[in-house]
Design a protein around this ligand. Structure first.
Ligand SMILES: Cc1cc2nc3c(=O)[nH]c(=O)nc-3n(C[C@H](O)[C@H](O)[C@H](O)COP(=O)(O)O)c2cc1C
Length: 342
């Protein structure tokens, strides 16, 4: 059996996203979840593909590109083709300074929302180069500062115009983080909490453009919300909640087996990844297990010990170091943390 942190369950398919990829890698295993693997195309055209995306058991995996030059993006798509990604995504949602400051062209990320024609040109070039679908992850809009947002407000029409312009070039799938991106004055992490969410914009978009495949993202943190959103015809992408509380997604069978059994499955998987040289970064490999015990007594101690053991020179030590780090960290947890539900 392939290892999985979370067993397949009768949960509506939703998408789990993390720029750190490793944090959600196991959630993608044997689960109808997609992971967007963050990747930058540098202004000089250089590309970095995380080698771990090629593992067959981790599909479906979406490769996310950041860029604004159609030719460079098409080149990146062609370079990525041997890695068998299931979908290629263009990042039109990142408001970080690095994205804004990219010197050449229009940078990448959220600021591209103000240039829908350019996004269409990019995605057209990407589609021509790709043998799989191309999608766009965007915000509802983007403003230079919070003061601009306060003055101009968020308007559904601007989102609609963006989506109409881009979809005219053939893109059918949009993943919408339902808040505006603020390009200056807010850190990336603050840009995930502010400005306010507008799920209603994405719902309206679904009603206006039912032919598109739309995914709602932003602030979803209950299974009920996922169900309710899907009942409206939208897919759901979950970000921080899935990373912070992976056990919330455990189904009946996983709960019956308990966190201990799931942990053992994952450790067997990690051992293979390390020994077969698909992954050598111990800290990234440990990410999916950091919050497995969230809510359990002494889980803070477990997390702290694990971090301390793996943070320095994370590519050194291989399986022996990994296993020792876990043995030490896990020893802080009570026996009951590993048991399944009766
Ligand atoms: C650590 C971290 C890294 C992220 N990196 C990316 C990224 O590379 N590309 C992207 O489109 N979104 C990225 N996001 C944003 C998430 O995909 C998502 O849009 C955001 O967290 C809002 O969803 P949530 O409220 O469910 O967390 C990142 C989020 C976090 C917390």
């Amino acid at each position: 059996m392939q290892p999985s942190l979370i067993e397949p369950r009768d949960l509506p398919p939703c998408h789990v996203s993390s720029g750190t990829f490793g944090s959600t890698r196991t959630i993608a295993l044997r689960h109808a979840f997609s992971v967007s693997a963050g990747l930058r195309v540098s202004s000089s055209g250089g590309c970095f593909f995380p080698s771990r995306c090629s593992a067959g058991e981790e599909h479906p995996v979406v490769l996310q590109l950041g860029g604004s030059d159609p030719e460079t993006l098409a080149h990146a798509v062609r370079l990525a083709s041997p890695w068998s990604y299931d979908e290629i995504n263009l990042n039109c949602g990142c408001p970080s300074e690095a994205a804004v400051k990219t010197r050449q062209g229009h940078g990448f990320g959220a600021q591209l929302m103000t240039c829908p024609e350019l996004v269409r040109a990019c995605t057209e070039a990407m589609q021509e180069a790709a043998s799989v679908g191309v999608s766009v992850k965007c915000r509802i809009w983007t403003h230079p500062t919070l003061a601009d947002l306060e003055r101009d407000g968020d308007r559904f029409e601007t989102l609609l115009r963006f989506v109409d312009t881009v979809s005219a070039g053939g893109v059918r799938r949009f993943i919408v983080h339902a808040r505006s991106g603020i390009l200056a004055g807010l850190k990336a992490s603050e840009n995930r909490k502010r400005p306010p969410l507008h799920h209603d914009f994405v719902e309206e978009l679904q009603r206006e453009r039912p032919e598109l495949e739309l995914t709602l993202n932003g602030g979803i943190c209950s299974l009920e919300e996922i169900e309710e959103t899907r009942a409206k015809g939208l897919e759901v992408m979950v970000g921080r909640w899935a990373v912070q509380q992976p056990w919330a997604f455990a189904d009946e069978s996983a709960r019956a087996r308990g966190r201990g059994a799931i942990l053992q499955d994952y450790l067997a998987y990690a051992r293979r990844e390390l020994q077969e040289h698909r992954e050598d970064h111990l800290s990234i490999l440990a990410d999916p297990l950091r919050n497995l015990f969230a809510g359990v007594k002494k889980s803070g101690e477990y997390r702290r010990v694990l971090s301390e053991a793996l943070s320095s020179s994370p590519r050194e030590g291989g399986w022996d170091r990994f296993q020792t780090a876990f043995a030490t960290a896990l020893s802080h947890l009570p026996e009951s943390a590993f048991e399944g539900e009766k």
